[in-house]
Design a protein around this ligand. Structure first.
Ligand code: SF4
Length: 239
């Protein structure tokens, strides 16, 4: 299969069947902890990088296979090897998936394009959105996520606040904590106010994978993570 992968067992989603909507490492960020390696060229250009009809044809074949009938898939997840919102026809894909299956759909995104209402509108049909937010100021945002020119953290936060008001499903916000970059406890005293504005259903603290992150990217101490979790309150868990 070219565009469908898994199903994979995931801590956050259970058994999840993944769909890639963009070619390998097509992204508007270049996160220092990215498991896929460096982003060769960050882009903000949205287009139908992979044809929706090709994805649907592959998904349809898989759903009708004997293998699929023995699987209890919890989610179909729109994620893959880059930023899924860069595919400009994601709305069509969501509609077509719903015609094929009643399995809930999850969107895993870096949230950087939620500033635009038409992009937020295009994904309202999913059941769960898992956006990431690693910083609340531009200096830290640049240090950890290395965004394409033109992206700014205030717009992303506003986009997430608007999304919360417009989207009826669940939002699990993920924060990747990198030692020495965004693991300062006083930073999270501010972060918690931003999270209160976004009002996600859950907050997931994650840490970089040592073997795939860039050299020099370190995992914070477990005790620090626990303290951050305490600051962020009941919705927060370390995953
Ligand atoms: S947003 Fe995701 S795919 Fe893009 S660089 Fe960051 S971790 Fe990698």
């Amino acid at each position: 299969m070219k565009y469908i992968y898994g199903p994979v067992k995931s801590r956050r989603l259970g058994l999840s069947l993944g769909i890639s909507l963009v070619p390998y490492k097509m992204c508007n960020l270049d996160c220092i902890y990215c498991q896929l390696g460096p982003t060769a060229k960050r882009t903000l250009k949205r287009k139908q990088y992979i044809k929706i009809k090709d994805i649907i044809s592959e998904l349809s074949e898989f759903i009708n296979s004997a293998d699929f009938k023995n699987m209890n898939i919890d989610y179909i997840s729109l994620s893959g090897t880059g930023e899924p919102l860069l595919n400009s026809k994601i709305d069509v894909l969501i509609d077509e998936i719903k015609k094929l299956s009643t399995i809930p759909i999850a969107l895993i995104t870096n949230a950087s394009l939620f500033k635009e209402k038409r992009i937020r509108d295009s994904i309202l049909g999913v059941d769960l959105i898992m956006p990431s937010l690693d910083a609340i100021d531009n200096e830290t945002f640049k240090a950890i996520d290395r965004p394409a020119k033109g992206l700014c953290i205030e717009d992303i936060i506003k986009g997430l606040v608007n999304l919360r008001n417009e989207f009826g499903g669940k939002i699990f916000l993920e924060i990747m904590i990198v030692k020495g970059v965004n693991d300062n406890l006083s930073y999270f005293q501010e972060f918690k106010h931003v999270i209160a504005r976004i009002d996600p259903d859950k907050v997931h603290l994650n840490v970089p994978k040592r073997h795939t992150s860039e050299a020099g990217v370190s995992v914070p101490d477990r005790e620090v993570l626990k303290k951050i979790c305490k600051i962020l309150g009941d919705k927060c868990e370390i995953i």
